[in-house]
Design a protein around this ligand. Structure first.
Ligand code: KG4
Ligand code: ZN
Length: 358
């Protein structure tokens, strides 16, 4: 089979990224520029600032990715960009750039669903090893999403559960902000937890033990606020670390409980499926990776998690999802409109309670 080459572009949130990936799974280049400094003074992502920063940096990043890969636009088989879901100003910047390159170089354009890019990353990272075939169970945990899905194939997803309020990444970010740990919150909270002692604070385990596979995380953040009030409004370094550790313990308890239900539902639906995948920015968290791995061992299911740098937003995953779609002839027209919302399973209800029993 002839090798294919795709340029991927990612601009849906606060990372500007460009990458060139080959169909044999070789990442020829993978450039990521995080806008931490731009958003730091505001304690979170400001959409207008993000869109402007993408506009400022994307051309240069695409050039650097192409240079490092040692290829020209004429060598590409297609150009892929995240077409949604995400902050619409940023998505527009990436989509416009990809369309322009595709038009100028006379190559197909691919609009990639950002969530699908996370979902398929393991098929890139596992290519060198045993590989991973459809169907598999997916826990998708990012800044905007917390879902359990059955991945049936490219473009084919069945949602088993979702959060009824905050996403887990959002809960990490809000909790870190409450504790004065700054932005981005996930890695900051993980670092703080390392010095924590277990059992000194108690946080709730929302939805644990409930039927189904839905999540709820807004109560966790509220409980952290109450714990802080209990301490007189401010926590010292040790208290902060203790709260951070208990937050991780609560998140791990809830995730493993919900995943056990999802594994049962997955096995009932797809008895031949043998793998569970974790993807999205929160999957970079060492504590949660460890807890999920122990749970998977107990359940007798193979757990596959991409390396941390490919869990958080990047363009290699967009190029790879593009390659998967290109292989199936699923290219897009140049009149594709960026989508602020783009669910993987359009048939699932907007909020949780999909009625899936496990
Ligand atoms: O997938 P991602 O990079 O962007 C979205 O698609 O949302 O995920 C970003 C989220 C943020 O909420 C961030 O705080 C969280 O992932 N995150 C982490 C870690 N690294 C990133 N959460 C916990 N631990 C981490 N090490
Ligand atoms: Zn993401």
């Amino acid at each position: 089979m002839t090798m294919q080459l795709v340029l991927g572009i990612e601009t849906s949130c606060d990372e500007t990224a460009a990458a060139v990936v080959r169909s044999d799974g070789t990442i020829l280049s993978n450039k990521v520029l995080s806008q931490f400094d731009e958003h730091l003074p505001y304690g979170g992502v400001v959409p207008e600032i993000a869109a402007r920063a993408h506009l400022d940096h994307l051309d240069h990043l695409v050039e650097a990715a192409m240079d490092e890969a040692g290829v020209g636009f004429g060598d590409l088989d297609a150009v892929a960009a995240t077409g949604g879901p995400g902050l619409i100003g940023g998505v527009m910047v990436g989509v416009m750039a990809a369309k322009s390159i595709a038009l100028a170089a006379d190559k197909p354009f691919l609009a990639v669903n950002h969530l699908e890019a996370h979902a398929l990353t393991v098929r890139l990272t596992e290519r060198a090893g045993d590989g991973i075939a459809f169907p598999y169970l997916l826990l998708l945990v990012s800044g905007g999403h917390c879902q359990l899905l059955v991945v049936e194939g490219v473009g084919a997803y069945r949602r088993l559960g979702t959060t009824i309020d905050d996403a887990l990444g959002e809960a990490f970010d809000k909790t870190a902000k409450l504790l004065g740990l700054g932005y981005p919150g996930g890695p900051a909270l993980e670092r703080a937890a390392r010095a924590g002692a277990p059992g000194r604070v108690e946080l709730p385990r929302p939805m644990k033990g409930r039927e189904g596979c839905d999540f709820s995380f807004s109560g966790l953040k509220t409980a952290v606020r109450q714990a802080l009030e209990h301490l007189g409004g401010e926590a010292d370094a040790q208290q902060t670390a203790d709260i951070a550790l208990e937050f991780h313990a609560a998140a791990a308890d809830v995730l493993t409980d919900r995943c056990r239900h999802a594994i049962a539902a997955f096995r009932e639906r797809r008895p031949a499926g043998d793998s569970m995948v974790v993807a999205g920015g929160v999957a970079a968290n060492g504590y949660l990776r460890h807890a999920l791995s122990a749970m998977a061992d107990q359940e007798g299911i193979r757990l596959v998690v991409p390396p941390p740098s490919l869990c958080t937003d990047n363009a290699a995953m967009v190029a790879w999802a593009g390659l998967e779609r290109l292989r199936l002839g699923l290219t897009d027209e140049l009149d594709f409109k960026p989508r602020p919302r783009w669910p993987l399973d359009p048939d699932a209800p907007k909020r949780g309670f999909a009625g899936v029993k496990a």
